[in-house]
Design a protein around this ligand. Structure first.
Ligand code: NAP
Length: 282
């Protein structure tokens, strides 16, 4: 029997419609809209698509979003000044630096320059550290969205073996922490993991965030598992994930498609984080 598709787009739209109500309440009480500033340096075409999707989502929920588009030859100190100015701006609750920055920019240095209470991507060391020690913080949008997808799809996490493939700072590592917080038993795999399939086959929940089309084949999945495909790869055949969907569909019980799975949830979580930041700023 083919796996049930977890419809991330529909779940994200439901979250957005709740957010719209909460944003309207915030606007009425605070006399202003939550504000999001997106900094885009250069002309990466994939970034253009992501930014447009963020702007559209902000519009749908009533968040005031402004994109600061800077040329790729922008001097690093000019970018730093822009961040400083947005840190000081009381109308701005969230600041996001669209990745990737052009070659030569030290992305981490700019992320660390963002005031942590405005770090709606949840990438600042203060937010990443607070996640690690279980304190309230702005959480990385993609792994936060994955947890919400699992909850919406009624997937039990407590006591289950969750295998995360990928250990990046923006997805894999925070994902492992958030699954632990849900009382899953977590294993993290990466490029030096020998016999990847022997481990992924143990996962009741398998979250894959690598960036390689078809890395996970059907025989690497535990029958009846839930598979969350975070991967977003642009190929000649179009956008695809890291999991071979046709094979996975025959083995898994539940599965996210690409596109229409994790991607829309990431954007919905960005909107949620911006509202959360605005509520804290008042
Ligand atoms: P990343 O920083 O490049 O990290 C990739 C991770 O995969 C690394 O930890 C790497 O291991 C591991 N890896 C590489 N080859 C592997 C292999 N053969 N077997 C096992 N592990 C392997 O990527 P990322 O930023 O986490 O993104 C991962 C994917 O998710 C990309 O396709 C990206 O576009 C997508 N993404 C999607 C969303 C969304 O909203 N849907 C958001 C963010 C990212 P090492 O650490 O050992 O190098």
């Amino acid at each position: 029997m083919a796996a049930e598709r977890i419809d991330g787009k529909a779940i994200a739209r439901m979250i957005e419609s709740e957010l719209k109500t909460q944003v309207a309440r915030f606007r009425a009480e605070a006399g202003r809209a939550p504000g999001l500033a997106v900094i885009w340096v250069g002309d990466n075409p994939a970034s253009a698509v992501y930014i447009r999707n963020k702007e559209r989502a902000a519009k749908r929920v009533g968040i005031e979003s402004v994109t600061y588009h800077m040329p790729s030859d922008t001097a690093p100190q000019v970018l730093m000044q822009r961040i400083e100015q947005l840190n000081q701006d009381a109308r701005v609750d969230g600041i996001l630096i669209q990745s990737p920055l052009p070659a030569g920019f030290d992305e981490r240095a700019f992320v660390e320059a963002i005031e942590p209470s405005k770090d709606v991507d949840g990438f600042h060391a203060v937010n990443a550290g607070n996640l690690m020690i279980g304190r309230p913080c702005l959480r990385a949008c993609t792994p936060k969205g994955v947890i919400r997808l699992l909850q919406a799809a009624d997937v039990k996490m407590e006591g289950r073996h969750a295998v995360v493939v990928g250990r990046s700072t923006i997805v894999g590592k925070p994902q492992a922490l958030m699954l632990l917080e849900q009382n899953a038993t977590v294993t993290v795999c990466h490029s030096r993991t020998p016999d990847l399939g022997a481990i992924t086959r143990q996962g009741d929940i398998l979250v894959v965030a690598v960036g390689r089309p078809n890395l996970i084949r059907g025989d690497m999945i535990k029958p009846g598992a839930t598979v969350i495909d975070v991967g977003m790869n642009r190929t000649e055949a179009g956008l695809c994930g890291d999991v071979c969907f046709e094979e996975a569909e025959q083995v898994a019980a539940k599965l996210t498609p690409v596109p229409g799975g994790v991607g829309p949830m990431t954007i919905a979580m960005l909107m949620e984080n911006t509202l959360e930041a605005a509520q804290r700023h008042g």
